[in-house]
Design a protein around this ligand. Structure first.
Ligand SMILES: Cc1ncc(COP(=O)(O)O)c(C=O)c1O
Length: 451
């Protein structure tokens, strides 16, 4: 059966379009004088690209298929940007009480939120039950807590699922792989298949199965195999209870992003095709599909831009000292082999530098030697006051600030093209002020505990 017609197909942003938009954005940043002594580092999120990625996700699945697509808040924890995803019809996956509050504040209806923390407190479970926020239970102890708390709920309960670890192994990045034999997430399917069937049979309110095998570095077939296993589990539960109890299949996120060029690959359609070939029943209409993409919905839409403060040479190696380091590119700095970023050089007026390439190091501002964005990168010669753009930083980079050295969270701008074709600029998040840094560093003096 063909579920998908080319007419539904949305053309993803082309590589040339992404490159052109980024160049224009850096040029406009320079023209508007937005890179300053006070704010030598900023992020820019391009809502045009965000919208195209959302459209591509929606179009990848047949319109007739019951589905709830959510954006993973951890990838883009910026309130107005999350509100933009809500207005575009997406739900929100949250993994902590802070992200839950943020999703509510951004305007997601409670029944469009999925709460996935592995460490939910009683209070958080009560809150989810009371508000009607769906959640995925991580382990059998949590399930026992839900048993106690659900008894007090009058009226309908939200969709409640169980996070399954399919134990299908790691992808290329261990720290991002959640389907390993001993992963901290979910209930191991091989260890507990019978217990899980029993648990569902004893609890008619459990109606969802969840799997998220990992983020970045996972083959599509690997992801699809995890979904295959939870669909088989749903089938086994249906056989045990004599009816379809599992109504929603939550396939998590984990579509990898290409950090090497402006090509958007793999695509949401590739993800759907992998699922369709390994788990065709998912498209039968029997289940509601839930997705939780983060990086694939955000990375290509964002760029970090920093001024080069100084350009020097040590031991014969040119080194550019910039304002973008471990505070914004934490994973890149600590695990450069897994999270390399592209680097683009512009002059102070925002014009791309071209010309002979030299091996150079690009350093961040933090006080340790390892704070490097790139080592030995071949680039046009960088001079002080140049601008460096870091493509593909729309996912996680703006929202996972690392406060070492009390380096400020940078301003993040949002841009979109209006009906007249003009690019409009606004502030999505202001830079952290020095007053905020001092206030967040603790009490002015040791505060007495209430007695
Ligand atoms: C449960 C869950 N869902 C979704 C995501 C989003 O993953 P990605 O950004 O790779 O799509 C994550 C990421 O850690 C996750 O843990």
């Amino acid at each position: 059966m063909t579920y998908f017609s080319p007419a539904d197909s949305i053309i993803l942003p082309a590589a040339e379009t992404l490159r052109r938009r980024r160049r224009e954005i850096v040029g406009e940043l320079a023209l508007r004088g937005l890179v300053t002594d006070e704010e030598p580092l900023c992020g820019v999120i391009d809502l045009d690209t965000v919208d195209e990625l959302i459209d591509a996700l929606k179009a990848a699945y047949p319109k007739s298929l019951p589905a709830m697509h959510t954006v993973a808040a951890k990838a883009i924890a910026l309130r107005p940007v999350l509100a933009h995803y809500a207005q575009a019809g997406l739900g929100c996956e949250v993994a902590s009480p802070g992200e839950l509050e943020l999703a509510l504040a951004a305007g997601f209806a409670p029944d469009r939120i999925i709460f996935d923390s592995p460490a939910k407190t009683r209070r958080e479970i009560e809150m989810a039950l009371r508000l009607g926020v769906s959640f995925n239970v991580d382990n059998f102890e949590e399930l026992a807590r839900v048993d106690e708390l659900i008894a007090d709920i009058k009226g309908p309960t939200p969709h409640i699922g169980v996070r399954i670890n399919p134990q299908t192994g790691a992808g290329t990045i261990d720290a991002m792989s959640t389907a390993t034999e001993t992963s901290k997430f979910g209930i191991g399917l091989r260890d507990h298949r019978e217990d899980l069937i029993e648990a569902f049979a004893a609890r008619p309110w459990l109606d969802q199965l969840h799997v998220h095998s990992g983020s970045q570095g996972l083959e599509l077939e690997h992801t699809a195999r995890g979904v295959r296993l939870i669909l088989d589990l749903a089938e086994a539960i249906a056989q045990r209870v004599g009816k379809d109890q599992v109504k929603r299949i939550d396939v998590g996120g984990g579509l990898s992003v290409n950090f090497e060029s402006d090509e958007v690959t793999p695509t949401f359609q590739d993800h759907r095709s992998a699922l369709e070939s390994v788990v065709p029943e998912l498209f039968s209409g029997r289940f509601t599909l839930v997705t939780e993409f983060g990086r694939a919905l955000t990375a290509k839409a964002g760029t970090l831009v920093t001024r080069v403060e100084y350009a020097k040479s040590t031991g014969g190696r040119p080194i550019a000292i910039t304002h973008a380091g471990v505070q914004v590119a934490t994973r890149t700095v600590f695990m450069p082999e897994y999270w390399p970023l592209r680097i683009e050089v512009f002059d102070a007026a925002g014009v791309p530098r071209i010309g002979e390439a030299f091996l150079q190091d690009i350093a961040g501002p933090a006080c340790f030697s390892g704070d490097m964005l790139a080592v030995g990168r071949s680039l046009p010669m960088i001079t002080s006051s140049d601008l460096i753009a870091l493509p593909e930083t729309g996912g996680y980079y703006f929202s996972s600030h690392f406060s070492y050295n009390a380096l400020a969270r940078p301003v993040v701008y949002a841009v979109f093209t209006d009906e007249a074709g003009q690019r409009r600029w606004s502030i999505a998040r202001r830079a952290q002020t020095m007053e905020q840094i001092v206030a967040e560093a603790g009490e002015p003096d040791f505060a007495p505990l209430p007695t």
